[in-house]
Write a protein that binds this ligand. Sequence first.
Ligand code: NAP
Ligand code: MG
Length: 443
Amino acid sequence: MQRKSKKHGDSDMTFRNIRKVPTILRNPAGKNDTEEGVTMSRIMMKTPLVEMDGDEMTRIIWKMIKDDLLLPYIDLKTEYYDLGLVKRDETDDRITIEAAEATKKYGVAVKCATITPNAARVREYNLKAMYKSPNGTIRAALDGTVFRAPILVKGIDPYVRTWKKPIIMARHAYGDVYKNVEYRVEGPGTAELVFTDTDGKETRQVIHQFKGPGVLQGLHNLDASIEGFARSCFAYALDQKMDLWFSTKDTISKIYDGNFKEIFEKIYENEYKEKFEAAGLEFFYTLIDDAVARVMRSEGGFLWALKNYDGDVMSDMMATSFGSLAMMTSVLVSPTGIYEYEAAHGTVQRHYYKHLKGETTSTNSVATIFAWTGALRKRGELDGISELMDFADKLEEATLETIESGKMTGDLALITNIENVEKLDTEGFILAIRETLDKKLGV
Ligand code: NAP
Ligand code: MG
């Protein structure tokens, strides 16, 4: 990943400043034997990562990644929070709030996919309550913005031929149609927009004089939320060394969308312009229609900030166009620079039930591995541990090279243009990555 190595110079694995510690190495066949006499230097960490475990198939993958790809190489320091549904129920969901608080304290977290309970899950797990989405709870606590980035690999080509580099999407996660108030108009009448201030003064505007049935909808947003969104986007663009694009429909919605545009421009001018110019980066505002057209003929390599609905729709298109939901990472960034990394997909329930029946699964662990590497690299950057950043680079490279060599999970085998593909099962794929990684590290 060139983008990453450019940030911190040489990407060679150097084992400086690390203690030699004996390690139990699991061999690629998965046997758990202690290889007598084998010692390896594990990378030491300073500050713990906040580790949030999760549910179903991703919980299984989580353990495999730690056992096979992390613990043999890193003296992994984490503060562990079990966000699996059983534990959430046991603690009346307090564990999620504690995990969010720990993230605020330490600054970097990595999260496994979790079940958001619905009525069926309440029955399945005999839950005391239909708990809120953990992601929603954490997002509210951190006031963060979610950035989604595709993982590009040779042999899995984006559907859009011109796209050569990732397009990262930032979706504003507050308000608009997601907090709307709707009304069904049954017959003739006048719809008005009324605002009553705290002194009781009313401002009224006619929305429409209905002559017959129709529908109405009220939307809102908050300057504070838009400002947080803007700061998260500028900070993340600087962090990733990428241009930032922002688009709304301000020609039609002059006050509502116009407010988004003005806030972004004001914050850019006052807080980020100099930093962007120093980094050789651009902030580019354009109308949403124009942005869509430009994105389609671009070669990628920028961050695209979008309002809530635009981001919802465009991110599904983007995930599909780049190949697979299992190749999409997600990071929540707070305006103050707190990071929480995860995969964009869910707990892969269907595979989990196969796994429980003892059937072989071929679940793709790439996005979850990249969640770990993202978090480890950020921890390394904040704590000045270049070995940790290098390891994250190497593990990502090993993952991509394994796929490029034709070894992959079933979801990718279906869409790749690589010939003679070897479709591996869930653990087989992780062990194949381990083999590539060991070769790269000269272990
Ligand atoms: P999902 O876990 O994303 O999986 C949907 C389908 O996409 C799978 O059945 C599978 O297709 C494919 N898929 C997704 N990830 C894959 C992977 N890593 N490897 C291979 N195939 C993959 O969505 P879901 O099954 O609708 O949701 C399950 C649970 O996840 C729900 O309880 C939901 O609340 C939760 N969820 C959590 C998060 C999060 O924590 N961030 C996000 C979304 C959903 P095939 O079955 O065709 O192979
Ligand atoms: Mg969507």
